[in-house]
Design a protein around this ligand. Structure first.
Ligand SMILES: C[S@@+](CC[C@H](N)C(=O)[O-])C[C@H]1O[C@@H](n2cnc3c(N)ncnc32)[C@H](O)[C@@H]1O
Length: 312
C-alpha cells in the first residue's frame, strides 16, 4: 500500500467489513472515496472485490483514479453526491452490494490544498466547496448573509458560543472591503473572542470554519438522506461502516441505525414484534485505538458505527 495518506481507523473498518466481503465477487460502495486510501487497502486484501467509488470532488476522483489504476476494471469511479448512492448503483447495473463505507468530512488533500479555503492555517480564497463546480462558496456566505443568518450557521453547525459577536464583526469588516481570504476571516474570529477564551481550546477559528464548511456543502441534510438510501442498497449480510468526525454527524448516523435495527412495536398495539431487518455491529460509537491515534492524529475525533442487514 502506498503511504501518501493514512486512512482513519483502517484496522477496525476492515475488521467490520471483512465478513461481508469474503464471498465470491463482493461489491463495495466507497461513498467518500477521497484519496482512495481505504479502497486501496480493501482491493489489495480481497482479490475479487469490485469497488464503486463516489466523491463529489472531481480532483479527489482524479487523484484516487491514478492511485488505483493498477486495479483496472475492479474499480469504477463516479462523480456524485452520496445521497444519490442508489441511483449511481442502478446506473452501473448494480442492485445490491455487500459493503458500504462512509468516511465523512474533508480529506487531507482538501485541507492541504492551497486554493480550496478549508483550512484556517494557511491563506487561500474563501471557497470551501467540495464540488467547485456547484453551489455557493463561503465567500458569498460571509459577504452577503444577514447577522441573523450568520449567527444561526455558526451556532448550529459550529456550536460556537460567540456566534453573534463573530457575525457582527464579519458584518463590520465587510463594510470596509469584501472578505475574500481564510486568514482575514480567521483574524476576525480571533478578534471577536474574549482574550481569556483565546488562550484556551486551540485555534478559535476552528468552529467557524467547520460551520461554514458544513453549511456550504449542505453536509448534514445530505447525510440524513444518504444513510437510509445506502441501507436500501445493502444485500442480506451486507455491512455498512460510517466514520464520523463530530457529534452532529454521529447523531444522524446513530438515529438512522437505531430506527432500522429496533423491533419495538408502538406501545399498546396488539401485534407481535417482528425481528428487525438490521443488526447493530457496534453498540455505542467506537473510537480509534490509542495506537492508531498516535500514528494518525486525524483519528482522534473519529466515531465508528457499523450495521449489518439480516433480512430483506
Ligand atoms: C475523509 S475523505 C475520505 C478519505 C478516504 N476514505 C481515503 O482513505 O482516502 C472524505 C471525502 O468524501 C467526499 N465527500 C464529502 N461529502 C460528500 C458527499 N456528500 N458526497 C460525495 N462525496 C463526499 C469529500 O470530497 C472527500 O474527498
Amino acid at each position: 500500500m502506498s503511504n501518501e495518506h493514512v486512512p482513519v481507523a483502517l484496522t477496525r473498518t476492515v475488521e467490520l467489513l471483512t465478513p461481508a466481503l469474503t464471498g465470491q465477487s463482493p461489491l463495495l460502495i466507497d461513498a467518500t472515496l477521497g484519496l482512495g486510501g481505504h479502497t486501496e487497502y480493501l482491493l489489495e486484501k480481497f482479490a475479487t472485490l469490485h469497488v464503486l467509488g463516489i466523491d463529489r470532488d472531481k480532483s479527489a476522483l482524479e487523484k484516487a483514479g491514478a492511485r488505483l489504476s493498477r486495479f483496472g476494471s475492479r474499480v469504477t469511479l463516479v462523480h456524485a453526491v452520496y445521497d444519490h448512492i442508489d441511483e449511481v448503483a442502478r446506473n452501473q447495473g448494480i442492485e445490491r452490494v455487500q459493503g458500504v463505507l462512509f468516511d465523512l468530512g474533508v480529506s487531507s488533500m482538501q485541507l492541504d490544498s492551497s486554493d480550496r479555503g478549508f483550512a484556517y492555517s494557511h491563506d487561500a480564497p474563501l471557497d470551501m466547496r467540495m464540488d467547485q463546480s456547484a453551489g455557493i462558496s463561503a465567500r458569498e456566505v460571509v459577504n452577503t448573509y444577514s447577522h441573523q443568518e450568520l449567527t444561526r450557521i455558526l451556532r448550529e453547525y459550529g456550536e460556537e458560543k460567540f456566534a453573534s459577536r463573530i457575525a457582527a464583526k464579519i458584518i463590520d469588516a465587510r463594510t470596509v472591503a469584501p472578505l475574500s481570504s481564510t486568514v482575514v476571516l480567521a483574524n476576525i474570529v480571533k478578534e471577536s473572542i474574549p482574550a481569556a477564551t483565546r488562550r484556551v481550546g486551540g485555534n478559535p477559528a476552528k468552529r467557524t470554519f467547520q460551520a461554514l464548511r458544513i453549511y456550504v456543502n449542505n453536509e448534514l441534510e445530505v447525510l440524513e438522506r444518504a444513510i437510509p438510501t445506502a441501507l436500501n442498497v445493502l444485500a442480506i449480510q451486507g455491512r455498512m461502516v460510517v466514520l464520523s468526525y463530530h457529534s452532529l454527524e454521529d447523531r444522524i448516523v446513530k438515529r438512522a441505525f437505531a430506527e432500522v435495527s429496533s423491533n419495538e412495536v408502538p406501545h399498546g398495539l396488539p401485534v407481535e414484534p417482528k425481528p428487525a431487518c438490521f443488526q447493530l455491529l457496534t453498540r455505542a460509537s467506537e473510537s480509534a485505538s490509542e495506537e492508531e491515534i498516535s500514528m494518525n492524529p486525524r483519528s482522534q475525533s473519529v466515531r465508528i458505527r457499523a450495521i449489518e442487514r439480516r433480512a430483506a
